[in-house]
Structures are given as C-alpha cells and as structure tokens.
Design a protein around this ligand. Structure first.
Ligand SMILES: Nc1ncnc2c1ncn2[C@@H]1O[C@H](COP(=O)(O)OP(=O)(O)OP(=O)(O)O)[C@@H](O)[C@H]1O
Length: 245
C-alpha cells in the first residue's frame, strides 16, 4: 500500500518559486490500477518522480507498506527502489543493446546467475508478447513494441508497483488498446499495483479502478473511477469529460 500524506514539492530558482505539488494526500491500495490525470503542467510527472524517489518532496510523507521512503538510506533505499518498476515517457531504452539485453539490464547488479537472468528475460518477453524479438534492437521496433520492452524491463526485478508516465501518449488507438490490455494482464497475473500518469481520460476510463484528478499541484477530486466518470465534481474533471455546459 502506498500512502501519500500532505506531500508538497516546491522548486526554488534564483528568481522564481514553483509550487508543483501542494499538500496532496491519497492512498493507493495493493492491486489497484490507479490513474493520476491532469492537464499539462498540473504536477503529474513531479508526483511520479517523488513516488519513485527521483525527487525529494519538500514536505510530507510517502509510505510504502508503512515505511517512509524519504527517510530510507543505503540498502533499505535500494530495496525500496527495487519494489518499484518505472516506465518513463519515451521508453528510455538502450539503443545499442538488444531487446533481451535491455530487459536483463536491471538484473545486472543483483545476485541472479547468468542462466537465471536468461530464464527471467525469456519469461518477461513471453509475458509482453515479444519472445520473437529478443535479438532485435530498439530501432527495429514499433512504438508499441518499444513500450512492451520498457514494461518487461520495469518488471525484471519483480516490483510490487509499476509506475507508468503517459504510457500511451505516443501510440495510435489500436496499439494503445493492446498496451492497456497488457497493463491489465500484468496487474491480474502478477498482482502488481499499477499507477498510471496520463492526460488522456480514455486511458483512465479503460482500465483504472481508482483515480485522482490533479490541477495546479492540488488533488481536486479523487475516488472510485466509475463514480467520478458518472458524477464529476471538479471543473477539471468536467472539462476533461466534456461535460462542461
Ligand atoms: N525541475 C524543475 N524545476 C523547476 N520547475 C519545475 C521542475 N519540474 C517541474 N517544474 C514545474 O512544476 C510544474 C509541474 O510540472 P510537471 O512536469 O510535474 O507537470 P505535468 O503535469 O507532468 O505536465 P506535462 O503533462 O506537460 O508533462 C510546472 O509548472 C513545471 O514547470
């Protein structure tokens, strides 16, 4: 379980101050497919970067299974990072390495032996439907296939939580559908909690059970996704849903 408590993030420059997150709180339960939706600049990526420990919050707590991530150090911090698989916008694949080498990459610094790594990579490529592309290079893949490699790589260390930043924003509608189905299968088969950052309402509608709407660094609405779609309370949710009069 992820608990976000009174989280704030302020970026301070020499002449400016941006409040990217303002006192946001929510709980993400194990097994959720949790959507974080908002317009451009709302604070979505900042939140994701705080959750995966790439950014230090200015205030507040992020608890993973009751442990405050901000206060972890050394081994405990590494272990917490290993609990989280992250898929960034643009996939971040290593272009000079094969698909199999990309997926194996996070296992390099682990005690896995060579044959165990090979077995794990084969399982993961099977899971994402790319068993036949193991020896291909990223430049030989479509956008949807690259996204699948990024997902397989994020799952390599058996994380409890998979964080995805705009997982379908560069994909056509059919490819989007297949990637979303894959995320659903990962959630069901592996029991991985999935957190999706998106500006696309259709993505949340397709697979999320719970959601927050973020605007200007604040959570303006949160709860059961179906209920929010049925009765949006915030202006932003109504705007995104096209229900604005
Ligand atoms: N490193 C940084 N330094 C200063 N300001 C930042 C930094 N990162 C983000 N911001 C600011 O914080 C606010 C939130 O940005 P963020 O990238 O989290 O939004 P977003 O919702 O992910 O937007 P998009 O959908 O366009 O990616 C913006 O005003 C942005 O300019």
């Amino acid at each position: 379980m992820f608990e976000i408590k009174h989280l704030s993030k302020i970026f301070t420059g020499s002449a400016s101050k941006v409040e990217a997150l303002r006192d946001v709180s929510t709980t993400i339960q194990d097994g959720d497919i949790f959507g974080i939706i908002g317009m451009s600049g709302a604070g979505k990526s900042t939140l994701l970067r705080c959750l995966c420990l790439l950014e230090k919050p200015t205030e507040g707590q992020i608890l993973l299974n009751g442990k405050d991530l901000a206060h972890l150090k050394g081994k405990e911090l590494l272990e917490a990072r290993r609990q989280m698989g992250v898929v960034f916008q643009g996939y971040n694949l290593l272009m000079q390495k094969t698909v199999a080498e990309n997926v194996a990459f996070p296992l390099k610094l682990t005690p896995y032996k060579k044959d165990e790594v090979e077995k794990r990579v084969a399982e993961l490529l099977e899971l994402v439907g790319l068993a036949d592309k193991a020896q291909s290079y990223p430049s030989q893949l479509s956008g949807g296939q690259k996204q699948r490699v990024a997902l397989a790589r994020a799952l390599a260390s058996n994380p409890q939580v998979l964080l995805c930043d705009e997982p379908t924003s560069a994909l056509d509608p059919l490819t989007t559908k297949s990637v979303l189905e894959l995320l659903q299968a990962i959630n069901k088969k592996l029991g991985v909690t999935v957190i999706i950052i998106t500006h696309e309402l259709a993505v949340v509608k397709a697979i999320c059970n719970r959601m927050v709407v973020i605007d200007g660094g604040r959570f303006v609405e949160q709860g059961d996704a179906a209920q929010i779609f049925e009765h949006p309370q915030s202006d932003v949710a109504r705007l995104l849903l096209g229900k604005e009069e």
